[in-house]
Structures are given as structure tokens and as C-alpha cells.
Design a protein around this ligand. Sequence first.
Ligand code: AMP
Ligand code: ZN
Ligand code: FE
Ligand code: FE
Length: 281
Amino acid sequence: MIDLHTHTTYSDGTDSPLALVKKAASSGVTVLGITDHDSTAGWSEAIDSIHGNLQLALGAEVSCLTEDGVSVHMLGLLFDSEDIALQQLLADSRDTRIPRMKKMIENLQGAGYEITLEDVAASTPPGATVGRPHLADALVAKKIVKSRDEAFTDLLNNDSPFYVSHFAPTPEDSIRAIRAAGGVAVIAHPFASRRGQTLSPASFASLVAAGLNGIEVFHRDQSEDERTQLIDIARTLNLVITGSSDYHGTGKLNQLGENVTAAAEWERLESMANQRRVVRK
Ligand code: AMP
Ligand code: ZN
Ligand code: FE
Ligand code: FE
């Protein structure tokens, strides 16, 4: 079972890298992608935790914004984690998430919600990329909402009056940075329409020109119809097709291995990195 997109406590997942690696090994995952939002901070713990036959495809999920303001998530896998330009791009994104969080909290306070930056800090694991899910957890701790899901539905979604965006590179810039660092770029859930506005089929040409390697087709937020359209685009543009769980521990319903990548697609994707960077014991 090849599952290339998961999150740990270094972003908005609830399992530590150690717990995730153990769970993956015992659930029959053979290749595990760890892709925390805008961060590689969980890699070393994951490498130290590896056991049995499990292989790791380490990466990050880069938050991007198109020039038209559409939110895009780009999975970078198998890149050199010491690449300075890519680490700077990730750091710029993480840094602007803090003033962004302050603004969202001010917006909520303005509407009478009793929530502070300290509450969010208490709900954010050490070293994690801070995001709306941590604000959601703080709202749950304060009994303002019952769950992360309710927090997003009622208060934190992209169309909410409390929402604030943070700095993000364009998808093309993030693809170029991932490829320059020797890795491969797979666009995450591009047609997940229930998250808000999505990319148009025509915009894939410019992503391919920037060096895109693959499309995440099998993902719980994409319908059968959306998957069919994406398979068509992937075949036309000769892109690798992936599937993954986007597991977040107890932070979301997604279960490890609920969507997977075919072995032949994974082999093709792996061969596109500039060296073999899969981690084995
Ligand atoms: P941010 O990066 O801070 O804008 O937060 C976006 C993250 O929130 C995404 O990575 C999602 O995994 C997470 N998210 C979005 N909607 C929900 C939801 N309904 N329940 C839990 N997590 C969500
Ligand atoms: Zn997430
Ligand atoms: Fe995502
Ligand atoms: Fe994700």
C-alpha cells in the first residue's frame, strides 16, 4: 500500500512522526509519504522511527496561491531537505502564518468570541506549522464549537468573514523550487471543489511547463466525476497519477491507506527525482 500524503504534529496532524510510522507499518503501508504543511521539521524523527520493511518518501505540502487568488496545495517529495532556496520558501510561508493567525483572532474577538493567541499557542504542538486547525482546536477547548469540522463549517472556512490568507508562492514557483531541490512535484487534490474555488483544466499547461510531475487523483475530497476529468488531464499531459489518504490522525476522518498510488505510477514518480531519496532501514 503506497500512501504518499500524510500529516503529523509538525503541522495539523495529531500523530507524532513516530506514532505515524508505527501505525503505517502495522496497517500494511509499504511506502509512506510524510507531507506536513510548509515544513520538513518531522523528517528526522520519522527517519529515526523507521522499522521493518516500511519505506519513507519524505516531503512537504506547500501552500500556494495563484495570481487569481485560488488556493493550491503542492506536494513536494524526495527533495534535498538542505536546499536553501526551498527551505527559505517554506520559512516565508510559515512566518506569515503568525500575523495571519493574529488577524483571524482579532476578527473573531471583534465578533465577541473569547479566544486569544495564547489559547491557540496552547493547542499548537511544539515546532508545528500553525494553521486554522490549531485555532479550531482552541475553539473546541474553549467549548465555542464541538469539533474541528464544526469550527471550519461555522467560522474558519475560506468564505467566512473571519478568514485571512497568508503569503504563499504561486504553484509554478513552488514547483520550480521543489524540482530545483531535486524533488518531484505532485499537485494535491486540484479539483476538491467542496474546499472552494479550484483550478481550471486549462491551468495545468503552465504547471507542466514549470515542471509538474503528477496529479493526486484519488483523494476523498474529489468526486468520481472530478477523478475522471483528472485522469484524462494526466493522460493527455503524461503526468503520474497518485492517490493518498491525506491522513491527519484524529484531526480528520481520513484513514491511512484509504486511497493509494499504484506501484507502477510510484516507480515512475520516484525515477523523476534527481537521485534515489527513499529512506529504508
Ligand atoms: P491553513 O493552512 O491554516 O489555511 O489551514 C488549512 C488546513 O485546514 C488544511 O490543510 C486542511 O487539512 C484543514 N481543514 C480544512 N477543512 C477542515 C475541516 N473541515 N476539518 C478539519 N480540518 C480541515
Ligand atoms: Zn492539513
Ligand atoms: Fe491539502
Ligand atoms: Fe494535506
